[in-house]
Design a protein around this ligand. Structure first.
Ligand SMILES: [Zn+2]
Length: 64
């Protein structure tokens, strides 16, 4: 499992998460770059696809 991320500010790679938090089916990792920038990345635990920032809203629910 590769949990490292790239800094969106200085593009440094391989930043390891400093915090991790599970919320429902997602895990949110907090990162802190040596440049001082901090951010969080949410990942879907079910599909384990990386969800960076925005994601198009999908109508997952069917009106029953
Ligand atoms: Zn940085």
């Amino acid at each position: 499992m590769n949990l490292t991320d790239s800094c969106p500010r200085c593009c440094r790679r391989g930043i390891t998460p400093t915090t991790s938090r599970t919320r429902g089916n997602r895990i949110v990792h907090g990162y802190r770059c040596p440049c001082g920038h901090q951010w969080a990345t949410a990942r879907d635990l079910t599909a384990y696809s990386e969800l960076h920032a925005r994601r198009a809203q999908r109508p997952n629910r069917k009106a029953a």
